[in-house]
Design a protein around this ligand. Structure first.
Ligand SMILES: O=P(O)(O)OC[C@H]1O[C@H](O[C@H]2O[C@H](CO)[C@@H](O)[C@H](O)[C@H]2O)[C@H](O)[C@@H](O)[C@@H]1O
Length: 258
């Protein structure tokens, strides 16, 4: 694919697909709770999964939110930037975390953010997102707060900037690490990894996929380690559709005979 508006030409090889959620499968919304995955994209993901093609979602959101966004489809998934992971057998493989420290951080952050009503603190229990989309004038306040907490609690959390957000994510959480972990397990191992993402947290995933000689695909503009581009969230839906047809995946999920 040479041009941002071109559809990448799928090849009839065995791929494993990894999709970021916000900004990739779902349009960015004013607030996190307003996000949804378009029905056509959900249907295409279901078709991929039912067609026996390895597919997982890799997100900054917790697993519970990912399941709600994809319901009734339940996919292998990594949440909170890789701090949580559910493998293809359904087993949970989460990072070990210092819950006492996280509770203390949560209380302190709530107190600090209460002084800036325009800031939206998203509490993910094991990570915290300081959203300033509704109050862009608070970007520097959010940055300073997040940097201060990341410095004071460096053994527990690291700073993860994103779209109108500064997140504090568990130390060691990385989209690259979870993609590498999936790629060592069935049904992903032996496949060529393909990862689509749009934001800074996805760069670790792009680097991992590049190192595995896979396909790294950035959605939208901006500098990136990704080697290919898809123009928009809408184009991601059509991209999956085109791929399904190219790979000959049946239009309806296979129905098992009684
Ligand atoms: O890894 P992702 O699936 O892309 O998740 C990254 C973060 O996405 C969410 O925040 C972003 O999307 C919101 C809804 O569109 C938007 O309002 C916000 O400005 C964005 O930063 C989510 O709230 C975070 O928890 C995720 O980590």
């Amino acid at each position: 694919m040479n041009d941002q508006n071109d559809q990448p030409a799928p090849e009839p090889r065995r791929y494993a697909f990894f999709f970021d959620v916000d900004g990739t499968l779902a349009e960015i919304q004013p607030r996190p709770e307003l996000v949804f995955i378009p029905p056509a994209t959900l249907a295409a993901l279901e078709r991929l999964h039912a067609g026996g093609i390895p597919v997982a979602v890799i997100s900054g959101r917790p697993l519970a939110q990912l399941d709600a966004l994809l319901a009734p489809l339940q996919l292998p998934a990594a949440g909170v930037h890789g701090a949580e992971r559910r493998d293809a057998t359904g087993e949970l493989r989460n990072l070990a975390l210092d819950n006492q420290a996280l509770e203390r951080i949560q209380r302190e952050l709530q107190q600090a953010c209460s002084e800036h009503p325009g800031l939206h603190l998203e509490n993910k229990s094991v990570a915290f997102a300081l959203h300033f989309r509704q109050a862009p004038e608070l970007e520097e306040v959010a940055r300073t707060l997040a940097e201060d907490f990341a410095q004071r609690y460096a053994e527990v959390l690291t700073l993860q900037p994103g779209k109108c957000v500064f997140e504090l994510k568990p130390r060691g959480a990385s989209k690259g690490e979870v993609i590498r972990a999936f790629m060592q397990e069935a049904p992903f191992s032996g496949c060529t990894p393909v990862f689509l993402g749009d934001d800074l947290t996805d760069e670790a995933g792009f680097a991992a996929v590049n190192a595995l000689d896979g396909r790294s695909i950035k959605v939208g503009d901006g500098p990136s380690e990704a080697r290919e581009r898809v123009a928009s969230v809408a184009a991601v839906g059509s991209w999956i559709e085109a791929l399904l047809n190219e790979l000959g995946v049946p239009a309806e999920p296979r129905i098992k005979p009684d």
